[in-house]
Design a protein around this ligand. Structure first.
Ligand code: 6GU
Length: 242
């Protein structure tokens, strides 16, 4: 998968070169490019923002550097690659979006700063990209860079080969609607706290049932909104198969 991230703070994206994502780039599974928006300015101050028409606080990102930057990263205008525009005004990112985006050949991320990007850039971009404004939650960040790191990590780990053990993708929180069960390791007794007895015995059916009970308790306590979405038939089927 090709990933292009356009930002005025390319150093912000450096952590993407570490860990699993960096390894995937080294292994050729990911082609990660971080592009400095200022490379597409033509003045000596490398200016990317200006005051808003109509007045108001803050600055707006100018259209021309964005137009040139987006033209330069489009690998195939015919196919209209996905252009993700991080914004608190976007649709909220979730695991299903991560699965869908992990299937794409190219993802472009346009990191805005200040009060946002001139709206005509978004309109123009629709001609050559499938534009998706995306938020990572209901709070405000200073810019899209940190949100892009969140999204790239969630998406890249779903690409075959990026994660060593694909089994670990199956049981995670949010791949079904229940949160993950609590986990324990040695020692069986630690500072007066015991590992649940069921997990110490070797009865796989009892272990599976115990973990499922813990998932339901935890989900009800922490995310009652998810309980409403439970597919009871699917859970029963999985319990029978366990
Ligand atoms: Cl994607 N960008 C910004 N600037 N703020 C956010 C966000 C994104 N998601 C939540 N808050």
């Amino acid at each position: 998968m090709r990933l292009d991230v356009v930002s005025i703070f390319p150093q912000y994206l450096e952590p993407l070169k570490l860990s699993l994502i960096g390894k995937a780039a080294e292994d050729g599974l990911l082609d990660l490019n971080v592009i400095n928006l200022r490379d597409f300015t033509n003045d000596k101050h490398r200016k990317v923002d200006d005051t808003p028409y109509g007045g108001g606080a803050g600055m707006v990102m100018m259209p021309e550097p964005w137009g040139q930057a987006l033209d330069s990263v489009n690998s195939d205008a015919e196919k209209r690659p996905v252009l993700i525009v991080p914004s608190p005004a976007g649709a909220v990112f979730n695991q299903q979006m991560a699965y869908d985006l992990a299937e794409e050949d190219q993802l472009v991320f346009a990191c805005g700063r200040y009060e946002g990007i001139d709206e005509r850039v978004i309109e123009y971009a629709q001609e050559n990209f499938r534009v998706i404004p995306v938020s990572i939650g209901d709070y405000v960040l200073n810019g899209g860079e940190v949100a892009v790191m969140v999204m790239v990590e969630a998406i890249a780990r779903l690409i075959p080969g990026v994660i060593g053990n694909p089994e670990s993708l199956v049981e995670e929180s949010h791949s079904d609607v229940l949160l993950e069960y609590p986990v324990y390791t040695k020692p069986a007794s630690w500072r007066g706290r015991e590992v649940p007895e069921t997990l110490l015995g070797g009865n796989h059916h009892r272990v599976a049932r115990h973990r499922r009970d813990e998932q339901i308790k935890r989900t009800a306590a922490r995310r009652p909104d998810l309980i409403m979405k439970l597919d009871v038939d699917a859970l029963n089927r999985r319990d029978r198969d366990a």
